[in-house]
Design a protein around this ligand. Structure first.
Ligand code: FAD
Ligand code: SF4
Ligand code: SF4
Ligand code: SF4
Length: 400
């Protein structure tokens, strides 16, 4: 982004900010000096106090105070001041937070946003050709297959994903080999190792915090897999030229309706209410509802609205289901078992999907890719997008 576009963008915001940019020297000094009072205090007021902080860690990771530390993530709960005097009142934390909507107009314009679904050029149902990937994947393994293609062709040095740690939890992870990609395939809902000893389980993985760490490795380009809130933060950083967002060449977004936070009491309640034991669970997945596969072959389908009380409150302040700012968005919704639905949105997304298909990393089935089936797939994604937006509006009304 050149000086002019940066200046043009900043003029539109309700504040002026000190920007940590890869072309910092070019930024008009006046801009940097004219700091209007948006800071972490405002984030506390507009996000934390409303109970909608998703604890993604984005504000702390990209705080301009850096090493001298102004804010930190506590063991649990939203970020807090470490030393208020170190705060530069730059507003970066406010801007990158996915729960502030100060840049919606700019992002919607840049990504040609259309209500509920966002921009798209193609919707498909496909799967990885590699059986090894399919075995580990959540749905059809298309995300892992495309990342493998990008690594093989040296288009990325690696990808920020999440990997399993312990029996149930997942952690942010930078995968730079195909074995590591395979290790990270699938989702956090894989319970095959049982849940004995599990105290708290939060299905959200703060992968965005990893971005700050990989930049020190001097990576020329990487891919990021993330939920809509995570991809939105990255797009905001790219729009503002905040380092290190420039190294993110491909954003692979996941559909996301809700994330859950289960403590021991919540798990017990779920077991009683839906008549199963977590010890008997083979796998959990999310499509139109929460799907619980039991080891005895039985499958339970639980409507999201029946488990709203276990969802993170931040998710009710979120209105994007299909990851509208990603290069490609992926979900199980609309596809049959063992396949992934892909909504291809940008030129970069189109290029990598088509090349991965052409080079045999993924395959489409003819029965799922007729124009009728594609319209049905799209209608489902749009309908979930609308439902999520309605839920957001209702939650906002309730807060007011
Ligand atoms: C929190 C969450 C909620 C979802 N909600 C829905 C939904 O409501 N409806 C729907 O149709 N689909 C949903 N999905 C998407 C779906 O579960 C699959 O991830 C998607 O279909 C891609 O499948 P795949 O087999 O192609 O991916 P895979 O090849 O298995 O690759 C998945 C990739 O996602 C990464 N990953 C896993 N969990 C996370 C996480 N929490 N944060 C960041 N990266 C992660 C993995 O490391 C891996 O790289 C959700 C996914 C997640 C993680
Ligand atoms: S210095 Fe850090 S905490 Fe203070 S306003 Fe800037 S980003 Fe926020
Ligand atoms: S949602 Fe993320 S960026 Fe926003 S205040 Fe919470 S931790 Fe910070
Ligand atoms: S529902 Fe929204 S806020 Fe919650 S994890 Fe998904 S994208 Fe993030």
């Amino acid at each position: 982004m050149g000086q002019f576009s940066l200046w043009k963008n900043l003029k539109n915001y309700p504040m002026n900010i000190k920007i940590k940019t890869n072309n910092r020297k070019k930024v008009d000094k006046k801009l940097v000096e004219e700091v209007l009072p948006k800071s972490f205090e405002d984030l506390i007021k507009d996000v934390h106090e409303l109970g909608i902080c998703g604890e993604c860690g984005g504000c702390v990771s990209f705080c301009s105070a850096g090493e001298i530390k102004a804010i930190v993530m506590p063991e649990s709960g939203p970020p807090v001041y470490y030393d208020k005097d170190n705060c530069l009142h730059c507003g970066i934390c406010y801007l990158v937070c996915p729960q502030t909507h100060v840049m919606d107009n700019e992002l919607n314009k840049r990504f040609n946003y259309k209500v509920s679904i966002g921009n798209y050029t193609k919707v498909t149902s496909s799967q990885a050709t590699s059986e090894e990937i399919r075995k580990k994947a959540t749905d059809g393994g298309v995300v892992t297959a495309i990342l493998s293609y990008l690594l093989d062709k040296n288009l990325i040095s690696g990808a920020i994903v999440s990997k399993k740690e312990g029996p149930f939890n997942r952690i942010p992870f930078f995968a730079s080999t195909k074995d590591e990609l395979l290790e990270a395939a699938g989702s956090h809902y894989d319970l095959s190792q049982g849940v004995v000893g599990l105290e708290n389980y939060n299905s959200f993985v703060p992968t965005i915090t990893k971005l700050k760490q990989v930049v020190s490795l001097d990576m020329p380009s990487i891919a990021v897999v993330g939920t809509p809130c995570q991809i939105m933060s990255i797009r905001k950083m790219q729009e503002l030229s905040i380092l290190p967002a420039h190294i993110v060449k491909y954003t692979l977004g996941l559909f996301c309706n809700l994330n859950f936070s289960f403590n021991a009491d919540a798990r017990k309640e779920l077991e009683e209410r839906f008549d199963f034991s977590f010890d008997d669970v083979e796998k959990l997945n999310i499509k139109e509802n929460l799907i619980i596969q039991l080891k005895n072959g039985q499958t339970k389908y639980i409507d999201f609205k029946d488990i709203h009380e276990f969802a993170r409150s931040a998710c009710f302040a979120c209105r994007d289901f299909s990851n509208v700012y990603a290069d490609i968005s992926f979900g199980g919704l609309g596809s049959k078992d063992g396949y992934t639905t892909s909504v291809i949105r940008t030129k970069a997304g189109e290029e990598i999907y088509n090349n991965a298909l052409r080079e045999g990393y993924i395959q489409e089935t003819s029965d799922m890719n007729t124009s009728v089936k594609k319209s049905e797939m799209l209608a489902k994604v749009i309908s979930f997008g609308k439902r999520k937006f309605e839920r957001y509006k209702q939650a906002r009304k309730a807060r007011e």
